[in-house]
Write a protein that binds this ligand. Structure first.
Ligand SMILES: *Cc1c(COP(=O)(O)O)cnc(C)c1O
Length: 356
């Protein structure tokens, strides 16, 4: 096994899921750990967590908790589609590139149709082309428009953009799904009410991320249209996503929402990425690829710099999005971590220069 698998990794900007559990989530989980409580979500913790989500979203939504984002997205999409339908998403969408075919699997064959668009956001003209390209019986019928908020390249759809996407979808009788693994980062970035970038903008189902926001495990599937949630509990159970000790998944949501930690954590992560962007923008040979709008910075840099940075022990991804290096900040990232990374990058650039 590699050394890194045994040790704490300090020099890491690989993912926000490298971070631990934040104190608010941890304490709430501990608070739930007393005595016997009924199982499978039939408990006061789960009831309270659902109620808090209804308050946060200012509407009577229906909420389900599952273990991870892949399950949340796949089961949500499966509940919106029949097997002969299709889902339109961006070509970089997590549901398309990073879920190992789970959306197709859980929907028994619903096809994902991907479209292009700059900055990780789909172009609505492209979406409309994909919808209207064919109307014959041989083409999988478009049924859902799925968007990722924050996008896979760290950009954020504005309320207007979401509204326009929803309007287009409605026009063709389609539903709207959001993969919100980093939804909290978008709320903070846009400084809007969560409702403004979900149901008030026409969204039917939101998969709200917990793990990357500071929880151990668990994502919330939020149905704004309750009819679409019909028998979703059976779908979760069949897919192995119904936790018997549900309180330990739902209680952390109470801790996160009541304390405001879900937004505080996102604010910290976004602020670190903003600082990183500022630090990197002055370094020659380093090019920031997308507008930094949430908690990640994507960078194009010479291969020699990438190699030098990795050799110095830094962890980051280079395969996400379109090929640059991705530096992802989390609730646990500190200003000092960012300054150290910036310093390491400056060193890597100058040592790569010297070798020329
Ligand atoms: C991390 C992530 C998910 C969820 O991934 P899981 O590993 O299944 O929890 C979903 N969508 C996006 C955009 C993500 O970054």
């Amino acid at each position: 096994m590699e050394k890194s698998k045994h040790q704490h990794i300090n020099n890491q900007f690989a993912s926000d899921n490298y971070a631990g559990i934040c104190p608010e989530a941890w304490q709430a989980m501990q608070a739930a750990n007393s005595g016997f409580v009924s199982s499978y979500g039939d408990d006061l913790w789960t009831e309270r967590a659902c109620e808090l989500l209804r308050q946060v979203f200012e509407t009577d939504c229906q909420v389900f908790f599952v273990f991870n984002g892949t399950a949340a997205n796949s089961l949500a999409l499966a509940s919106l589609c029949r097997s002969y339908h299709s889902v339109i998403c961006h070509e970089l969408a997590h549901v398309e590139t990073d879920e190992c075919g789970a959306p197709e699997f859980f929907s028994n064959g619903t096809k994902l149709l991907h479209v292009d668009g700059p900055g990780g956001k789909f172009d609505l003209a492209e979406v409309e082309r994909a919808i209207t390209r064919r109307s014959d019986i041989h083409y999988p019928r478009p049924k859902v428009l799925s968007l990722t908020q924050v996008t896979e390249v760290g950009t954020v759809y504005t309320p207007d953009e979401i509204r326009a996407a929803s309007q287009l979808a409605r026009q063709y009788g389609m539903k709207v799904h959001i993969d919100g693994a980093r939804f909290a980062n978008a709320v903070v970035s846009l400084d809007v009410a969560p409702a403004d970038i979900s149901w008030r903008a026409g969204v039917d189902v939101l998969c709200l991320g917990g793990a990357k926001n500071g929880m151990a495990v668990g994502e919330a599937v939020v149905f704004f249209d309750r009819e679409l949630a019909h028998e979703f509990d059976y779908r979760c159970k069949q897919a192995g996503q119904l936790a018997s000790k549900m309180r330990f998944i739902s209680a952390p949501w109470i801790g996160m929402l009541e304390s405001g930690a879900w937004l505080k954590n996102a604010r910290q992560a976004n602020a670190c990425a903003a600082l990183l962007e500022e630090q990197l923008s002055g370094i020659e040979g380093i090019h920031i690829m997308y507008p930094r709008q949430a908690n990640s910075v994507f960078v194009a840099m010479p291969e020699s710099v990438t190699v030098a940075l990795r050799a110095a022990g830094w962890h980051f991804y280079s395969f996400i999005g379109s090929g640059g290096a991705r530096f992802m900040c989390s609730w646990q990232t500190t200003e000092q971590d960012v300054l150290q990374l910036a310093e390491a990058l400056r060193l890597a650039v100058s040592s790569a220069d010297r070798r020329k």
